[in-house]
Design a protein around this ligand. Structure first.
Ligand SMILES: C[S@@+](CC[C@H](N)C(=O)[O-])C[C@H]1O[C@@H](n2cnc3c(N)ncnc32)[C@H](O)[C@@H]1O
Length: 233
């Protein structure tokens, strides 16, 4: 009702002016960090990504594919691993055991991996459905995709700047995933709240916020969306 009145030109009596809210250090148009907080104790979004991988670490086992590097595979897979692969989109990455575009990767055989760790990558790929179809195809039956995507975020200043194509919501990610995986094989969660979203946009580091602030989830402010998708056995 209030929105309709506003649009009709009927303004509410309460019209606060600049300064009504004390914005303190946030009253600036440039962030504290342009590096997601890597230079201020680490990015707040990694708190959610790494907690998710820790919670799902029992699935990081057997032959595991990760994107760009295998640090999460080694950290969360430990002695459950039999083989660790790394996919990179360009051939300039010495860690890569596979090179190619996830949305068009016929060189990777079907039914190969027990687990795919796809963190903070899907937003760089134009053909989202193609990338998820590849994941489903190259997972073994019963294999698990552990996926994280950005919701509310600034855009990378460095290498991936020009390829930052998408931001997600839980609703858009669920629709995408359900075109590829059965809906009862999906588990999604959102992470963040208005304070953490603001801190992240300003580039504040994870050491500058409290655990309590991090752990409060308000689904209207989705900083990170995590998803576990299982290929039917
Ligand atoms: C920001 S890094 C994210 C991966 C990293 N392991 C992480 O969690 O931060 C971006 C990665 O996206 C990958 N990437 C970008 N476009 C891609 C594509 N079309 N297919 C496969 N990987 C792609 C690059 O190989 C790069 O390693």
């Amino acid at each position: 009702m209030q929105r309709l009145l506003f649009r009709a030109g009927v303004y509410p009596n309460f019209r606060p002016l600049p300064g009504h809210v004390e914005v303190g250090d946030l009253g600036r148009t440039q962030p504290f960090s342009t590096q997601f907080g890597y230079d201020r104790g680490g990015p707040v979004d990694r708190y959610y990504i790494e907690n998710f991988l820790q919670r799902e670490s029992a699935w990081v086992k057997g032959r595991v594919l990760e994107i760009g590097d295998n640090s999460y595979t080694l950290r969360f897979g430990g002695d459950r691993l039999t083989k660790s692969d790394v996919l990179h989109v360009h051939s300039n990455n010495p860690m890569a055991t596979l090179v190619g575009d996830l949305s068009d990767a016929p060189q990777i055989p079907d039914n190969t991996f027990d687990c795919i760790i796809l963190t903070q990558t899907l937003h760089l790929i134009y053909n989202l459905k193609g990338a998820l179809q590849t994941c489903e195809r190259i997972l073994k039956p019963g294999g698990v995709l552990l996926l994280t995507v950005p919701g509310i975020s600034h855009i990378d200043h460095d290498e991936w700047n020009d390829n930052w194509l998408w931001s997600f919501t839980a609703a858009s990610l669920r629709r995408l995933l359900s075109e590829v995986f059965p809906t009862d094989h999906l588990a999604l969660q959102t992470h963040g709240n208005v304070f953490i979203a603001t801190a992240f946009l300003y580039g504040m580091g994870v050491s500058e916020v409290t655990r309590e602030q991090l752990d409060f989830t308000d689904p209207h402010y989705q900083v990170i969306i995590t998803a576990k998708a299982t290929k039917p056995a």
